[in-house]
Design a protein around this ligand. Structure first.
Ligand code: GAR
Length: 204
């Protein structure tokens, strides 16, 4: 028996290449059990918003500043928007805000995050974006990668769903390494993990 696809919201803060990977995967038919129904940015003018517009996906901006600078009010606004759009799965794709336990409990095992390292290396508070790659290069590791995991109240601490390793090469800069980790890992495992979890939710 056919089931309705799981309604997905993608939360972004920046360029949105991972959002694009999800849109492309959906267009290829690689996420048959999910449907990207909403994009939320916590930054005005994020390029990810243009990607959503081009793909015809409803998008809204919710900033902490517009919610009085208060995390609780910001999360209330996010939760209200997710509920209004009947969202069943939340995907953090370069979303640069740490969510409280109250928020993560509201979507237990229904929030995914992509992180640009092999967790438990180079993760947790303060490790985001290029900082992660800089830390990997400073440490001199020879292999890094990306991780998709469930989100709980511990930053980057939830159950791991998928990981993929990426080699570090001679002469890598944080920017070069970031791009390779995206191309060889993030853009591949994020859509896969979204389909895996969407299938489970859609069948419930
Ligand atoms: C990605 O590399 C993502 O893994 C990372 O930010 C980048 C966002 O790029 N996320 C974190 O560091 C979260 N801790 P994008 O906006 O082009 O998808």
């Amino acid at each position: 028996m056919a089931t309705d696809p799981c309604r997905i919201a993608v939360l972004v803060s920046g360029g949105g290449t991972n959002l694009q990977a999800l849109i492309d995967a959906q267009n290829r038919g690689d996420i048959p059990h999910g449907e990207i129904a909403l994009v939320i940015s916590n930054k005005e003018g994020a390029y990810a918003l243009e990607r959503a517009a081009k793909a015809g996906i409803p998008a809204v901006v919710i900033t902490k500043a517009a919610c009085g600078g208060d995390q609780e009010s910001f999360e209330d606004a996010l939760l209200a928007q997710l509920a209004a759009c009947e969202i069943e799965l939340v995907v953090l794709a370069g979303f640069m805000s740490i969510l409280s336990k109250r928020f993560t409990d509201a979507y237990e095992k229904r929030i995914l995050n992509v992180h640009p390292s092999l967790i438990p290396s180079f993760c947790g508070e303060g490790f985001y974006g290029l900082r992660v790659h800089r830390a990997a290069l400073d440490k001199g590791v020879k292999v890094t990668g990306a991780t998709v995991h469930f989100v709980n109240e511990i930053p980057d601490g939830g159950e791991i769903i998928l990981q993929k390793a990426v080699e570090i090469e001679e002469g890598d800069t944080p920017e070069i390494l970031q791009r390779r980790v995206m191309e060889q890992a993030e853009w591949i495992i994020l859509p896969r993990a979204v389909e895996i979890v969407s299938e489970k939710i859609a069948q419930n």
